[in-house]
Design a protein around this ligand. Structure first.
Ligand code: GDP
Length: 299
């Protein structure tokens, strides 16, 4: 994950470590290298500038300039800044005081939404919850089948609405009935899989907004493919304007993603990253901890 960024940051920081002392000159050069590394990783321009400005400001404080281990201090400052832009603290899911907790999952087609829904069900099961999945991606029969197949592997039920063997194309009804069904069957979490499109599309947004209006979810998660860099950030902005979601799920962090989406999205959209998906297997999901991610980036 983020190999090129990690290597470049490492070499930028090493160049100072070797120089014994930090001074205005070598700090300026190091900050240029760090900014270049961030921009190469497709980090949003303002975020990259903000990181280096803040690191520079902290690193030129007396304490660091006069320290005998300036390299270590500088690394710690960069680590703190990366942790900050990744969100600072871990933020968990909003759970309902009175079950069922309703979690609405939205994102573009191919982002990894359906896979994530199954992974989240598995994750919640391991914590003692009894999830129900709602198949509100009603336009493609293959989508409902995919959800069922994944749900079988996890051992959780799926709610869908069919008439004469045909899927009823009413996503709001599926979501609404799934919540009622969960109450009846004492399932304490409902996870709603919605339809995505290839691009942001008014009809798709309206449908997800309508589901939101109908079921008043405790948590809206926006799923995004981290391989898509700044496009991921722009898509997040659009979804957030329409849905005011609660958290971001970054997928495909196991691929050769450069890090731009992960490092920019929190600052640009002002919503926490809650989960990281790192593979196609159903246990390849972890709760997102900004400090752990910063640690991995710095190697
Ligand atoms: P949806 O259209 O948003 O529901 O996306 P899917 O859940 O169908 O996922 C699209 C493709 O991405 C599938 O082939 C998944 O197996 C794959 N996928 C999902 N999440 C990940 C991930 O974290 N890493 C990798 N490598 N592939 C993933």
């Amino acid at each position: 994950m983020f190999e090129s960024l990690s290597d470049k940051l490492d070499s930028a920081l090493k160049s100072v470590t070797g120089q014994g002392r930090i001074n205005e000159l070598n700090i300026a050069e190091t900050m240029r290298e760090i900014r270049r590394a961030l921009l190469n990783a497709d980090v949003n321009y303002k975020v990259a500038r903000d990181i280096t400005d803040r690191v520079k400001e902290k690193a030129t404080g007396d304490e660091v300039l006069q320290s005998v281990t300036p390299g270590e201090q500088l690394t710690k400052i960069v680590y703190d800044e990366l942790t900050r832009v990744l969100g600072g603290e871990h933020v968990g899911l909003n759970m309902a005081d009175h079950p069922p907790t309703v979690i609405l999952v939205a994102g573009l087609q191919g982002s990894g939404k359906t896979t994530f829904v199954a992974k989240l069900a598995k994750h919640l099961r391991s914590k003692g919850h009894a999830p129900l999945l709602a198949a509100a991606d009603v336009y493609r029969p293959a989508a409902v089948d995919q959800l069922r197949t994944l749900a079988d592997q996890v051992g959780v039920p799926v709610y869908s609405v069919e008439d004469d063997g045909q899927i009823v194309q009413d996503a709001v009804r599926v979501a609404d009935e799934a919540v009622a069904h969960a109450k009846q069957k004492a399932r304490d979490v409902v996870i709603i899989d919605t339809a995505g499109r290839m691009h942001v599309d008014e009809a798709m947004m309206k449908e997800v907004a309508d589901i939101k209006g109908a079921v008043d979810p405790n948590e809206i998660l926006f799923v995004v493919d981290s391989m898509t860099g700044q496009d991921a950030v722009n898509t997040a902005k659009e979804f957030n304007e329409q849905l005011d979601f609660d958290g971001v799920v970054l997928t495909k962090l196991d691929g050769d993603t450069r890090g731009g989406a992960a490092l920019s999205i929190r600052t640009v959209v002002e919503k926490p990253i809650k989960f990281a998906s790192t593979g196609e297997k159903l246990d390849a999901l972890s709760e997102f901890y900004p400090d752990r991610m910063a640690q991995r980036i710095l190697g």
